[in-house]
Design a protein around this ligand. Structure first.
Ligand code: ADP
Ligand code: ZN
Length: 527
């Protein structure tokens, strides 16, 4: 072991110019060099690449890296070549001659590292090629893509168990930044790695400040957040739709913040150009759908902002994790409101997939909503979700720690909302969305209220003690707590099984206090 130790360290110094290994890197590298399988869970920016690059350099043969990030292979390989590493890649972007050249280099034992797209391994010709060369280690990057329940499933990953079957003597290392226990187990099972050693780094990112503010006018809120706290900084703004990506990028540009859009509807050239500018320039903001960011290694991303709710805590963690890889203070900021909840539920109901799939998607969303609505430390909740212990009760670097939100007894307010839903349904056989319910509670004679005679209901005007924003906050929290549900394409509100206990006064409903008029940024964290 002493020999491999020093060889690994020598490679670290000589090739990469780094002094020491970080965290779990050394233990992983030693284990793989000695021929063991490994499952490595490390947060984004934790240094996963070296975990397979060093063993590939130290062990005889070529390290074969399976990665779904085709767009980045060229860059990764160029960067390695610049360090004197003999690296190559094979994916659909190569023409016949280019592929032949790489294959010949591999067969001649002239490659330290070979990057492959997962779909290659479905082809007999690729497997044949691999069996004619000498392989030092298989690295399976972004290994969570094998998880069918995950947010990034890639069917090609299911075929990767073939590697262990055909090359039982070649060590395998699976790496990911996604770390729920379920994903963890799925990786181990589906890749057929029962004997692998597991290396789990802490998922805490202490330099990232987590903040979630009530959504009022999201673009304006974003603008003041950027102006007040991140003027001139590079960052990523995530939006759900292509349309809102375009509009937000335009809005920021019009207001003096350099911003470019990125989504799958743009042609490849534009996408590439915007990504390249983001990596190269200082202080550029990319407004993007989640199509942007996987594998992007820009150390000085100072903020990640979400204008729409991510589908899962895993997604949120990965996206926010792109901030602050250099360890310097960074912000994960999100604006979140009632429409996010309704929209996401509708998407799940009208989306593809069977009942089991929908149930899982709703569970993912529930966990994300719980994180948004918590009155406790957000970091603590995030780490607990990944099965890790927070280091203390309060992190001191999230909005709920910095300005603890007040709670209030929302039992009566909840009863008013639920009674309105019940009356509409029982007395009129009608279902309506949140806007109508709130208008009824506030006693507003809108055209739609008059049209349906809703000013004749006994609940009409019984909620004048709260503002519209506050009622929307109540509805949102009831949805998040499962005391109310969304149905159908129009986002109508219906009762759940749990609603009855509130209507029968069998339980209390503590709610998070919402600002009457949500403040725009810094002051938005508290009451
Ligand atoms: P991940 O793939 O886990 O997101 P990377 O492998 O891209 O992370 O590493 C993140 C950054 O940290 C890179 O810029 C890398 O060069 C740097 N890095 C990794 N390991 C070390 C180390 N031992 N010493 C110094 N820098 C390191
Ligand atoms: Zn905290």
């Amino acid at each position: 072991m002493a020999v491999t130790d020093s060889e690994a360290l020598a490679a670290l110094h000589r090739v990469f110019g780094y002094e020491t290994f970080r965290g779990e890197q050394e233990a992983v590298v030693d284990h793989v060099i000695a021929g063991g399988d490994a499952v490595v869970l490390m947060p984004t920016g934790g240094g996963k690449s070296l975990c397979y690059q060093i063993p590939s350099l130290v062990r005889p043969g070529t390290g074969v890296v399976v990665s779904p990030l085709i767009a980045l292979m060229q860059d990764q390989v160029d960067a390695l070549r610049a360090l004197g590493v003999r690296a190559g890649f094979i994916n659909s972007t190569l023409d016949f001659d280019e592929r032949r050249t790489v294959e010949a280099e591999f067969l001649a034992g002239e490659l330290d590292l070979l990057y492959l797209a997962p779909e290659r391994l479905r082809l007999d010709s690729s497997l044949d090629l691999l069996s004619r060369g000498k392989i030092s280690v298989f690295a399976i990057d972004e290994a969570h893509c094998v998880s069918q329940w995950g947010h990034d499933f890639r069917p090609d990953y299911l075929t990767l168990s073939v590697l262990g079957e055909r090359w039982p003597d070649v060590p395998r290392i699976a790496l990911t930044a996604t770390a729920t226990d379920a994903t963890h187990r799925e990786i181990t099972e589906r890749l057929g790695m029962p004997d692998a050693r597991h290396f789990v780094a802490s998922f805490d990112r202490p330099n990232i400040q987590y903040r979630i503010v009530p959504k009022a006018d999201p673009r304006k809120q974003l603008l003041s957040f950027l102006r007040e706290e991140h003027a001139g900084d590079a960052g990523i703004v995530y939006c759900l739709s292509r349309n809102s990506v375009e509009k937000t990028a335009e809005f920021l540009s019009r207001n003096g913040i350099e911003a470019v859009p990125y989504h799958a509807g743009l042609d490849a050239g534009t996408r590439q150009a915007h990504q390249a500018r983001f990596l190269r320039e200082e202080g550029l903001v990319v407004v993007a759908t989640i199509a942007f960011g996987m594998g992007i290694d820009k150390p000085d991303v100072r903020f990640v902002a979400h204008l729409d709710l991510p589908k899962s805590v895993e997604g949120y963690y990965q996206e926010t994790g792109r901030a602050g890889r250099d360890g310097l203070p960074s912000t994960a900021w999100m604006a979140y409101g009632l429409n996010d909840v309704i929209q996401q539920r509708k998407l799940i109901q009208s989306g593809e997939g069977d009942e089991a799939f929908r149930r899982r998607a709703n569970q993912h969303l529930d966990a994300m909503l719980a994180l948004c609505e918590t009155v406790r430390c957000r970091r603590g909740q995030l780490l607990a979700y990944f099965g890790q212990e927070p280091s203390g009760e309060n992190c001191g670097n999230c909005d709920t720690c910095l300005a603890p939100p007040e709670t209030w007894d929302g039992t009566v307010a909840a009863q008013k909302v639920l009674s309105t839903v019940v009356r509409l349904q029982r007395e009129r056989g009608q279902k309506f969305g949140a806007v109508q319910i709130v208008d009824i509670l506030l006693g507003r004679r809108t055209a739609k209220v008059i049209q349906f005679d809703h000013d004749q209901l006994s609940v009409f005007g019984i909620g004048e003690e709260l503002s519209e924003a506050q009622w929307r906050g109540v509805v949102r929290q009831l949805l998040a707590q499962g005391l109310l549900a969304v149905e159908g394409d129009y986002g109508t509100l219906v009762l759940t099984e749990a609603s009855g206990s509130v209507l029968r006064r069998e339980r209390e409903v503590p709610l998070r206090k919402e600002p009457e008029k949500p403040a725009t940024s810094r002051s938005g964290g508290g009451a």
